[in-house]
Design a protein around this ligand. Structure first.
Ligand code: SAH
Length: 214
C-alpha cells in the first residue's frame, strides 16, 4: 500500500475521532478529512502524522495536534464574513491549508526565514492560490491585506496585540492562546462597538510568540 492509500484510511479515522472529541462543525470535519497531514511533516515522522499529537517541524517549533487545529478553526467560523483571514505563525503550513478551504483569502506570517521559505515553497507546489505567505513579525500583522474578518494566532503572546485588534473588521473575531502568568488559555475575542468581548475556552500549550524576525 502506498502512503496515499494509508493516509485516506487514516484521514477517515482522524475525522471520526475529532467528532468523538467534540468537533461538531461539518465543514471543519470534511476539510480535515481531505488534507494529507503527512505532507507537512518531516519524512521520518510521517508514520506519526495521523496520531493525535503535536509534532516537531524543525527550528524548535511544532505543528499543533489535529484536535487543536480543528477546535481553533471551528471557533473562527461564522456563517457570514468568511472572506479574509490572517494567521500568525505559519509553521509548516497545515493550519493555513485548512483555512484556505474555508476562507476566500488567507494571509499567513512567519518570523523564521528558513521556515517561511520552506513552507511558502510547499504551498506553491501544492497550488494553493488563495494563500499569501509573508516573512515578518506577526505583532505587526499585515496592514496591506487588512481588514480581516478573523485572526488566528498559533503562537502564544502575553497580551492581546493592539495592532492586530486594529486590523480586524468591526465584529471581527480573533482566536489566540494567551499566556497569563505562565499558564496558557485559549480565548475567542470579538471586536464589537462596545469594545472587546473576551471568552475563555480551554487550557492549551503553544510555543511562545516572539518579537522580531530571524
Ligand atoms: N500554524 C502552524 C503552527 C506553527 S507553531 C502550523 O500549522 O504548523 C507557531 C509558529 O509561530 C512557529 O513557526 C513560530 O516561529 C511562529 N511565530 C512565533 N512568534 C511569531 C511572530 N512574532 N510572528 C510570526 N510568527 C511567529
Amino acid at each position: 500500500m502506498d502512503i496515499k492509500d494509508i493516509s485516506s484510511e487514516e484521514l477517515r479515522k482522524l475525522a471520526s475521532s475529532l467528532k468523538q472529541q467534540g468537533i461538531t462543525n461539518d465543514s471543519v470535519l470534511n476539510i480535515m478529512s481531505t488534507i494529507q497531514r503527512h505532507i507537512f511533516v518531516e519524512p521520518a515522522l510521517r508514520g506519526r502524522a495521523y496520531d493525535f499529537d503535536a509534532l516537531p517541524i524543525g527550528f524548535n517549533q511544532t505543528i499543533s495536534s489535529p484536535y487543536i487545529v480543528a477546535k481553533m478553526t471551528q471557533l473562527l467560523i461564522e456563517t457570514e464574513s468568511m472572506e479574509n483571514v490572517l494567521e500568525i505563525g505559519t509553521g509548516c503550513g497545515y493550519q493555513a491549508c485548512v483555512l484556505s478551504n474555508l476562507f476566500e483569502h488567507v494571509t499567513t506570517i512567519e518570523r523564521i526565514k528558513p521556515l517561511y521559505e520552506k513552507t511558502s515553497n510547499l504551498l506553491k507546489a501544492l497550488n494553493y492560490k488563495n494563500i499569501s505567505s509573508i516573512y515578518g513579525d506577526g505583532f505587526e500583522g499585515c496592514k496591506s491585506n487588512a481588514p480581516y474578518d478573523a485572526i488566528i494566532m498559533t503562537a502564544s503572546p502575553s497580551v492581546i496585540p493592539d495592532e492586530l485588534v486594529s486590523q480586524l473588521k468591526p465584529n471581527g473575531r480573533m482566536v489566540l492562546p494567551l499566556n497569563i502568568n505562565g499558564s496558557q488559555k485559549l480565548y475567542r475575542i470579538k471586536n464589537t462597538k462596545k469594545g472587546i468581548l473576551k471568552k475563555e475556552v480551554d487550557d492549551v500549550l503553544f510555543v511562545p510568540m516572539l518579537e522580531g524576525i530571524i
